[in-house]
Design a protein around this ligand. Structure first.
Ligand SMILES: Nc1nc(=O)c2c([nH]1)NC[C@@H]1CN(c3ccc(C(=O)N[C@@H](CCC(=O)O)C(=O)O)cc3)C=[N+]21
Length: 296
């Protein structure tokens, strides 16, 4: 029987830590500002935006959500981003992914100032991450939150065999870079990896991270006994329930540690977003945050 990784509880501790730092920032006259742009209505993004607004205000982060309908022109978004780049009360800008098909998402990602790129999607920040550069730069919040969870649970990646399934810019690719920088041996698979190859690689995996959007892609029969299983998937079923990309019922008896859905990675993504926003605000205003405050 696996031990559950309580993402909700770890996220709560991280948010409390962000709140402390926000107090420190406010003593210096700084309120971290986060601008979220949502174009159209994507159900996963709706959950994210709703939970984010609530968490931000409690943590002392000034969040604004800017909503556009699905037909909004690319130039309108680019003009808004330029305005937010120039606005000194905004430290962090996030455009919810995905955007409607007529909008060039790459153009949007490159329009956001790398210094306000709270998702770490700008090629400059991704380049830094892939080159394992030192110094501070924003890194995508879901993989970063997963690193925090693993550290909190005492799961060390050095020397481990890590299998990541999903190669998105949101999760899989930055996760690959982070796990590699932590001295793991890392395989990056995706939804088209042949079933037999995925099974073989999973049989040898100490840590499994799944972010494909395919409900139940990984089952208990795929896993090595005692593996750590991180489920990033959020799939809404016909009955309205949320399930991950891991078949929890069969995986839980085999795994050593496992994240639930909901209550696993999702809340950590939001807490880490607030963490990154506070870090960017500190950087922009020359405020030094307490050493090691992110260690929870
Ligand atoms: N630029 C960009 N950055 C993102 O980080 C990003 C994005 N676009 N687009 C959409 C996805 C999805 N995402 C979620 C984060 C947290 C929850 C979350 O809080 N989930 C909770 C609550 C679920 C519920 O409300 O029942 C949980 O899993 O327990 C969900 C979804 C971030 N994303």
């Amino acid at each position: 029987m696996a031990k559950l990784i309580d993402g909700k509880a770890i996220a709560k501790a991280l948010r409390a830590s962000v709140t402390e730092q926000a107090t420190r920032l406010s003593e210096a006259g700084v309120v971290p500002g986060l601008a979220v742009i949502l174009v159209g209505d994507d159900p996963a993004s709706e959950i994210y935006v709703r939970n984010k607004e609530r968490a931000a205000s409690k943590a002392g982060v000034n969040a604004q959500t800017i909503r556009y309908d699905a037909e909004t022109a690319e130039e309108t978004l680019l003009a808004k981003i330029a305005e937010l780049n120039a606005d000194t009360s905004v430290d962090a800008i996030l455009v919810q992914s995905p955007v409607p098909g007529h909008i060039d998402e790459h153009k949007i990602q490159e329009a956001i100032s790398p210094a306000k790129d709270v998702d770490g999607f700008h090629p400059e920040n991704i380049g830094r991450l892939y080159a394992n550069r030192e110094g501070y730069y924003p890194i995508a919040n879901t993989p970063r939150g997963i690193m925090t969870m693993l550290a909190h649970e005492g799961v060390k990646l050095a020397g481990k065999n890590v299998v990541i399934i999903g190669r998105s810019i949101l999760v899989g690719r930055p996760m690959f870079a982070l796990a590699q920088a932590a001295d793991a041996t890392v395989s990056l698979l995706h939804r088209y990896t042949p079933d037999n190859l995925r099974h073989e690689l999973l049989q040898q995996a100490d840590v499994v991270i799944v972010a494909t959007g395919v409900a139940g892609l990984v089952t208990g029969a795929d896993l090595k006994a005692g593996a750590t299983v991180i489920d990033v998937g959020i799939n809404r079923m016909a009955d309205g329930s949320l399930v991950g990309d891991v078949d929890f019922a069969s995986a839980e008896p085999v795994a050593g540690l496992i994240t639930p859905v909901p209550g696993g990675v999702g809340p950590m993504t939001i807490a880490t977003l607030l963490q990154t926003t506070a870090e960017l605000a500190a950087l922009h205003h020359g405020v030094t945050l307490e050493a090691g405050w992110q260690t929870i």
